[in-house]
Design a protein around this ligand. Structure first.
Ligand code: FES
Length: 97
């Protein structure tokens, strides 16, 4: 095992898990997660933050939202999991990066 020296200031894990419509756990983050992932990737690139901010697509984190997507944010100033994230508020997760 070799520990890589690179670490981002902020690492965002965006759930884009898809379940069948009739799944008792709900449909998952699915398309909302795909939209949030795309937006965060584009915005971090637009801001020239690709080395400070890593955005990674993920599967279910066990905190499934009723709407939007779930995003885990690991940053130098702390960690948190955010539910119900949509395109209108996803950008706030880039703040302080
Ligand atoms: S399906 Fe996204 S957190 Fe569970």
């Amino acid at each position: 095992v070799i520990r890589a020296p690179q670490l981002p200031r902020v690492h965002l894990f965006v759930c884009a898990n898809v379940r069948a419509d009739d799944n008792p756990l709900g449909p998952g983050c699915g398309e909302a997660g795909e939209r949030v992932f795309k937006l965060l990737k584009e915005e971090s690139l637009r801001r020239g933050m690709v080395h400070q901010v890593w955005v990674t697509k993920a599967f279910c984190m066990g905190i499934c939202p009723k709407r939007g997507a779930t995003v885990a944010r690991h940053a130098e100033d702390g960690r948190g999991i955010f539910r119900d994230v949509d395109e209108s508020d996803a950008i706030t997760l880039l703040e302080d990066a």
